[in-house]
Structures are given as C-alpha cells and as structure tokens.
Design a protein around this ligand. Structure first.
Ligand SMILES: C[C@@](CO)(OP(=O)(O)O)[C@H](O)COP(=O)(O)OP(=O)(O)OC[C@H]1O[C@@H](n2ccc(N)nc2=O)[C@H](O)[C@@H]1O
Ligand SMILES: Nc1ncnc2c1ncn2[C@@H]1O[C@H](COP(=O)(O)OP(=O)(O)O)[C@@H](O)[C@H]1O
Length: 289
C-alpha cells in the first residue's frame, strides 16, 4: 500500500551567529518554526529489499538524495539491531514544492520524513532521540524536523529546546537566485560575533538574521525583494537564503501582497505551525503508532 507523508518547510524566525568553532563550523542561536506547506513523500514498502527513489530530483544524483541516504541509514541500523529483515525495502516518490537551497530546509525535511515514516511503516519502534541522532549525521537541520516541534536551537543546530512562538501567516518569496550555504559562512564580512543571549531576551527583541546583510550585499535580487517586501510587513531572510519571508496576522493580508508581487518572482502563502504536519499524519496512522 502506498502511503503519503508531508515534508514541511521551516523558517528561521531569527538566526544569530555567536562564534566560529575550531572545525570552521559556526555556532548559532536560531528559532525554527514549521510551515503548513512543503513537499510530499509517497512511500511503498516491499519485501524484496529494493530501496529506490523513482523520480529524479533535478541536480541531485539518486544515491546522494537525502531521502535515499536517510532510508539506507535507517535500514542498515535496523538490520544491525535485528529489528528489520534484510528483505525489507521501500520505493519513494517525492513531489517537490520547496525550492532547493532556498533556506526552507526541504532536503533536511525530506530526510526526516523518510526516517519517521519508515520507523512507523517498518514497525522499528526506535524512539525520537535515536532517530534525531541518526538524522544529525545527514545534516544539522534534520533533528528539528524529526522532533517535529518548533524549537530554539543552539550549537550548530543540534541542541534543541521546544518553544511555541505565535503562529503567524507568512508570505515566502524566492528571489530567483541560488545562495550557497558555504559561501555565506566563508564571507569575510559576515557578522559572526553576536553575543549569545538567553531565549527570553531573544524572544523579546526584534528578530533578525545575521546572514542577511552579507547575502543582501552579494545578491542584489535578495536586496531588491526585501526592500519591496519591507514596504508591507516585517520581512527577513530565512537560513542562509535565498528565500525571504514577510509576516502577517491574517492569510488575506499575506495574499494581497502576493498578488502585487513583481513579475517573475515566485512566492507562496503559508501558516507558521509549531507542531509539524508530519506528526499530524503520523497520529492519523493509528495502526502504525
Ligand atoms: C544555517 C542553516 C540554518 O537553518 O542554514 P540553511 O541551510 O537552512 O539555509 C543550517 O543550519 C545549515 O545547515 P546545513 O544546510 O545542514 O549546512 P551544511 O550543508 O552542513 O553546511 C555547509 C557548510 O556551511 C558551513 N556551516 C554550516 C552550518 C554552520 N552552523 N556553520 C557553518 O560554518 C560549513 O562550512 C559547512 O561545510
Ligand atoms: N531530497 C532532496 N531535496 C532537496 N535537496 C536535496 C535533496 N537531497 C539532497 N539535496 C541537496 O541538499 C541541498 C540543500 O537543499 P535544501 O535543504 O532544500 O536547502 P536549504 O538547506 O538551503 O534549506 C540541495 O542543494 C541539494 O543539493
């Protein structure tokens, strides 16, 4: 039987860089919230051991796809732990709605959905901590998607504390350029010395993203879009970009601005949600949990 699972987007409602570690990675303080919008994974489990993604994701080789990597990782672990027969497999189809490398976490979310869905479909019964630990080996943003609750993250994103920020409506727009994460983190002009603060004071201050100035300086398209959006609502970069988002109290207010969008700029309206849509689907499969 084919089952369908959401892989939602995330926004970084704020993102501060508090220092650089000896291994070159940067310590962050960031607030993740999910969107009620994202990709969809169709999963068909089998008893032939076949593990495959049937459709191509442009620009990503089959074996590098985070869906395939997540499924292989879980399968190998579960076989080693004698929780799964080597005959167990799964065939995936992904409906991509999220732009890649957009700062919306699509790849990480796809990986997390594969882990959580297969844990249920294969009846492995791993706990969330184990799945989050496995997910971290695939990417810094995978654990928050596995845990499925909006969170304040520190370290490189692996230290997570659940939080419940207001669930606003967002207009998310793509400026049509691709921003490389390593490029942003290697920018000499990047703000990387913001003092670490406690969560309460961060929540009371105006939210900012330390990557934004560096990205606006390098990519005129991001700057132009933010200048335009800021006329209507508080707006920021998500992650290391390229997407930007504007915040509204109502869906209709967000849609009115989307309708005025400059020609050729892609965008969508979605609600910020503190509980991942993935967990709504999981609890709907009562026969699996
Ligand atoms: C900063 C965030 C916030 O959500 O940006 P987005 O990817 O969402 O835009 C993420 O944590 C990104 O995580 P992820 O996308 O897994 O980063 P990676 O591909 O592992 O990182 C690519 C490169 O960026 C640099 N990097 C990344 C994360 C970090 N905390 N410090 C870094 O210095 C490293 O040089 C790394 O090799
Ligand atoms: N299933 C997948 N969906 C999206 N990107 C993937 C996937 N598998 C691997 N990738 C790689 O991960 C990179 C980061 O993608 P994504 O998570 O969508 O962006 P970001 O980290 O900027 O939010 C992509 O550029 C792509 O090379």
């Amino acid at each position: 039987m084919i089952t369908t699972w959401p892989a939602p987007a995330k926004l970084n409602l704020f993102l501060y860089i508090t220092g650089r570690r000896p291994d070159g990675y940067h310590n962050l303080q960031t607030l993740f919230q999910f969107l009620d919008y994202g990709d969809l994974l169709h999963i068909d489990t089998n008893n032939s051991g076949e593990l495959r993604l049937v459709n191509e994701v442009v620009g990503v080789e089959h074996d590098s796809n985070l869906i395939v990597r997540a499924a292989r990782l879980l399968r190998e672990q579960a076989i080693a732990d004698h929780r799964l027969s080597p005959r167990a497999g799964a065939v995936f189809q992904v409906e991509k709605h999220l732009p890649m490398g957009g700062g919306l976490g699509g790849g990480s979310s796809n990986a997390a959905t594969a882990l959580v869905a297969l844990n249920a479909l294969w009846q492995l019964d791993y706990d969330i901590d184990t799945l989050a630990r496995l997910g971290l080996t695939l990417g810094a943003d995978v654990p928050v998607f596995v845990r499925g609750h909006a969170a304040f993250a520190e370290g490189v994103g692996e230290q997570l504390q659940p939080v419940s920020p207001p669930e606003k409506w967002y207009l998310v727009m793509h400026p049509g350029v691709s921003v490389s994460t390593p490029l942003v983190f290697s920018d000499a002009a990047l703000t990387r010395d913001t003092p670490a603060r406690d969560l309460n004071s961060l929540l009371q201050q105006k939210f900012r993203n330390d990557c934004e100035t560096a990205v606006r300086n390098r990519f005129r398209e991001v700057d132009t879009l933010l200048v335009w959006l800021l006329e209507y609502a508080p707006s920021r970069l998500t992650g290391t970009g390229a997407c930007v988002f504007a915040e509204f109290d109502t869906e209709s207010a967000a849609r009115q601005v989307l309708e005025k969008a400059p020609k050729g700029v892609q965008g969508f309206v979605a609600k910020g949600v503190n509980l991942s849509p993935l967990y709504r689907t999981l609890s709907g499969h009562s026969e699996l949990v």
